[in-house]
Design a protein around this ligand. Structure first.
Ligand SMILES: NC(=O)c1ccc[n+]([C@@H]2O[C@H](COP(=O)([O-])OP(=O)(O)OC[C@H]3O[C@@H](n4cnc5c(N)ncnc54)[C@H](O)[C@@H]3O)[C@@H](O)[C@H]2O)c1
Length: 441
């Protein structure tokens, strides 16, 4: 596809955002959008305010993203989802205690209308919580068919033009790739035979793809991160993205580590610990679910620092990550990082970071951007892995054989350049030599 071939379908009609998992992140996201629809200042929903520069620096030109590519508008968004508890989004948000009751009260009716559909759930994948509000089926294939029916009914009942799905459910236990994950054929056989290696999140992703609904994975567990579903996404020409929303400590890591590397500051150790008291923290107290998160968090540093290229600086880094479930803090996570760096002539130095963040407040805008951009991707005839959305993920997906890009600033440049490409604008490479007459225009 070249710039002249780009033909973006209009963002007309309603966009339904389907959310497996209606917990803290999902309900904070829905409440924020509904609040803006009712007049809450949209400057407090920062994602729509991004304004990448357009054209040459001397042109002094920029635009809001939705001014140069057609994005769905917030009033056109509607919400649905699944959970293992039947609580409405209002009840779930009240229990999650992320938002103050005054703000929640203002969108009570809108949230109360969002009722989850019964979930596809398997206690073998999440051990810390259980719920009764689950689908029954003889085979995993039956469960996938029930989800597909839910998707079609949601679209019809809500008069949606288009749908996207963003996985916001609890983190499933760590799993290795197995034979049923290797091809669409093997996966479909596994669905029929109830292969225990097929996780619920993979059944949701399969159902979404079959219904041509773009699918983004906000958790670290393997969902669309298996060859079978990536093959299906290419075959059916549906966009996919993942994995694990990049918030909190890993967000900080991908800001700081590229900076250290750019100045060739060495690293001997990076110790990260967290306290977290929400339901996500409770699920992560299970070693199987934590292992999934740990793998996602640990891989970031290695991929940014490239120890194979810089063995003397990064060949022996002690990297440790802990998450401790500590109920009194609820959603207000606190993270501590101790970073041992090494400078000129081997002199050691330290950096300490104490990040008092709010987990779901950081994650909700990511859900919004992903919903809008995955929809844009589909209307632009993009399909398969959407690497330009790496910016949002701790473990960004990349084509086979490609190293994923973790540096936040490079990810942002990639995102902006993709939007410039879609808006038929000049891509920016920051060479800048034309301003000095060294290189001709
Ligand atoms: N908040 C952040 O900053 C952040 C960052 C990265 C990733 N995440 C991930 O996002 C996900 C959601 O986080 P949260 O804080 O909202 O968690 P949460 O526990 O508040 O909500 C998750 C919801 O998923 C439901 N659920 C579990 N299994 C399900 C299934 N099979 N089908 C449907 N629903 C199911 C649970 O009942 C719960 O209501 C977690 O996996 C978390 O690891 C969050």
């Amino acid at each position: 596809m070249t710039k002249t071939d780009v033909n973006i379908g209009p963002a007309r009609g309603k966009l339904g955002v389907l959310l497996p998992g209606m917990g803290a992140v999902s309900t904070t996201f829905i409440a924020g959008v509904e609040a803006v629809k009712k007049g809450f200042p949209s400057r407090l929903v920062p994602s729509l305010k991004w304004a990448p520069a357009l054209g040459k620096r001397s042109e002094n030109r920029s635009a809001l993203i939705n001014e140069f590519v057609p994005l769905a508008q917030l009033p056109d968004l509607c919400f649905g989802g699944w959970d293992i508890f039947s609580d409405s989004a209002y009840d779930a948000a009240s229990k999650a205690k992320v938002l103050e009751s005054e703000l929640l009260g203002q969108v009570k009716n809108e949230l109360a209308r969002v009722k989850p559909m019964p979930a596809v759930f398997d206690p073998a994948y999440i051990t810390q919580i259980s719920g009764e509000y689950v689908k029954k089926g003889k085979t995993k294939r039956d469960l996938a068919e029930q989800l597909r029916e839910d998707i079609r009914n949601f679209k019809k009942d809500n008069g949606c033009d288009r749908l996207v799905m963003v996985w916001c459910a609890s983190t499933e236990r760590y799993t290795e790739l197995s034979p049923c994950h290797q091809s669409v054929q093997a996966f479909e056989k596994g669905l029929l035979e109830n292969d225990p290696m097929i996780a619920p999140s993979q059944i949701y992703a399969y159902a979404a793809l079959q219904e041509r609904v773009p699918y983004a994975n906000g958790s670290p567990n393997r969902s669309v991160e298996i060859p079978a579903l990536q093959e299906l996404a290419r075959e059916l020409r549906v966009p996919i993205s993942g994995s694990d929303f990049k918030t909190g400590q890993t967000f900080m890591k991908t800001l700081i580590a590229p900076g250290l590397k750019s100045r060739l500051l060495g690293l001997s150790g990076w110790y990260s610990t967290n306290i977290l008291g929400n339901r996500d923290g409770e699920v992560l107290a299970d070693p199987g679910s934590f292992k999934t998160k740990e793998v996602s968090k640990l891989s970031v540093l290695e991929q940014i620092l490239e120890p194979e290229t810089y063995p003397s600086l990064y060949g022996n880094v002690h990297h440790q990550v802990q998450i401790n479930y500590y109920p009194p803090r609820g959603d207000n996570k606190e993270g501590w990082d101790n970073i041992d760096i090494v400078g000129w002539l081997g002199y050691p130095m330290q950096i300490k970071i104490n990040f008092l963040c709010r987990d779901s407040i950081l994650a909700a805008p990511i859900v919004l951007d992903l919903a809008l951009f995955m929809d844009l991707a589909q209307r632009s005839q993009f399909y398969g892995i959407q690497e330009w959305l790496s910016f949002y993920f701790k473990s960004p997906l990349a084509a086979e054989g490609l190293k994923p890009e973790h540096d936040l600033q490079v990810q942002l440049l990639k995102l902006h350049n993709t939007l410039r490409f879609l808006g038929k604008e000049e891509l920016i490479n920051h060479l800048g030599l034309t301003y000095y007459g060294i290189v001709e225009e």
